[in-house]
Design a binder for this molecule. Sequence first.
Ligand code: SAH
Length: 268
Amino acid sequence: MTLRDGERGIFPARKGRVYPLTLRAGKIHQHSGQTIPHDRLIGTEDGATVTLSGGAVFVALRPTLAEYIMKMPRGAQVIYPKDLATILLWADIYPGATVVEAGIGSGALTMTLLRAVGESGRVISYEIRDDFAQRALDNIAMYLGKVGHHVLRRQDINLGIEEREIDRLVLDLPEPWQVVPEAVRALRTGGIFLSYLPTVPQVVKVVEALQGSGAFGLIETFETLHRPWNIEGRSVRPALRMVAHTAFLTVARKLVTPVAVFNEIEPA
Ligand code: SAH
């Protein structure tokens, strides 16, 4: 795997930090007064060491999806990698699945879903803001290239979901309880509803809407904490800083006959 001309989001990495860069033949990259011609990066192996004009040593890397998401241009706030990873298993996103999401925001979740469903699946994104939609499409194209299994609907999802018999519905918007009645119509039985919400009053509203809908069971709410550790000689301890809060995930299954007892999940 070698780095190519025109490739976006190459990161020369140093001391655990990554810096975005788009490779363009003939251009010169500058970093803290030191330079390296892009032509020296083009054709190098993914992970190779490169030396700048002043002797600083960097690693040329094609970014992982998580690295790319944290450095890509943002319109709306993105879902962080720790939550994207969790969403993939708790919403059980599988190859071939049809997934509806709203809103598209900066496209971080969209890219994660597109990779997980693969080309035999489909991701349909609802978004009300044209500027966010355009930014997201640019971000997606920059990393994934041309994708044939993505559909963008510039529509308010509160006004309806056009699709029926969908496998999964993932909502990252402020009032997902408004979507619950339509989620009942759009999801297949056994399908999964997932919402991503930053505050507790929002979580209460969505859970009450799911419980009151008469269609969902196995309703579960949780958050994930990701605490990095420092492992350096005798300094083996948690990192001094962490992202303390992002959002709560609420997950529910659409059942044929929801029974109240199914709404409690027994701890393993
Ligand atoms: N998940 C995205 C971020 C979404 S931010 C990411 O990972 O990058 C929330 C988005 O929802 C915003 O773009 C906002 O415009 C959109 N939105 C809010 N209400 C909506 C609605 N009713 N229908 C469709 N999109 C909506």
